[in-house]
Write a protein that binds this ligand. Sequence first.
Ligand code: NAP
Length: 287
Amino acid sequence: MAANFVIPTEMKAWVYREHGDVASVLRLDPEFEVPKVQESQVLVKVLAAALNPVDTMRENAAVPGYDLAGIVVKAARNVKKLKVGEEVRGFTLHASNGTLAEYTAVEESLLALKPKKLSFEEAASQPAVIQIAYGGLEKAGLSPGKSLLVLGGASGVGTLAIQLGNEVFGASRVAATSSTGKLDLLKSLGAELAIDYTKVNFEDLQKRQSEQAVKAIKLGGSVVTIGEHGKTKPPPAFSFVATSDGSTLAKPVIDPKGPFPFSQAIEAFSHLQSCWAAGKVVIHPIP
Ligand SMILES: NC(=O)c1ccc[n+]([C@@H]2O[C@H](COP(=O)([O-])OP(=O)(O)OC[C@H]3O[C@@H](n4cnc5c(N)ncnc54)[C@H](OP(=O)(O)O)[C@@H]3O)[C@@H](O)[C@H]2O)c1
């Protein structure tokens, strides 16, 4: 029999009160209205969330956050796949409700069942970065025998790209760059060559990464970029933008300074923006 949950009308949620720097405009609202589920949505009790750089740009009056892991506490009439009581996770791209809140309403198509072997914080750390790393490598045509260079290997997306390049796409050799303190992390994830970009004369840091990457590849190689939106890329570099379809896999890499409790979301955002983060900045527990 499906579990029954008592759902309050109000909840705690972090909300952008105006545009501006996260630390000065993000506020904890203890009486935010719990969202209503639309036709094919479920209401999720959020137990863990993870931050992505895009969360610093969410609109005025919105709750930030796209990554989540939690429990389905209500399902609208047209929900086919998920049931109340199931543990889920997802990257809730385009959802109007954010995940830095006790509850969020999400299309069921954006969620997948949480792998049992992962904790909620591990499960929340992966959805967005798996999809961007997997999709980017696929679009770049990485296949067995080819080699891969990941610029920004200690970032959320980079940590997944190293692992997927090795284990899923069968790259013959994976190299990655990071600042000095994160080289061991790159190696532990499977990078055969961990390049300290602050010491090796590989990059002119004033230049954009796509330009540096184009110089590094062999004839016939590909360069896929996930940042530098709206800027032209030197050929053969091209942009990849993530979509959301609720997929799985790989080892979670949670930034060791976290997980940050819900009350410390502003500290978590500062850490994300500090350059010190390695892997994913996770928020857990959520009250
Ligand atoms: N196209 C898409 O759909 C899509 C989706 C997701 C993300 N993105 C973009 O992809 C990029 C990477 O995303 P991510 O989530 O992997 O990033 P992230 O986890 O926040 O990246 C953090 C890493 O970036 C490096 N870094 C260099 N300069 C930094 C700075 N000024 N502030 C903070 N970190 C800095 C640091 O490593 P080192 O110390 O080694 O430099 C740090 O470990 C971002 O530009 C993001 O907006 C695009």
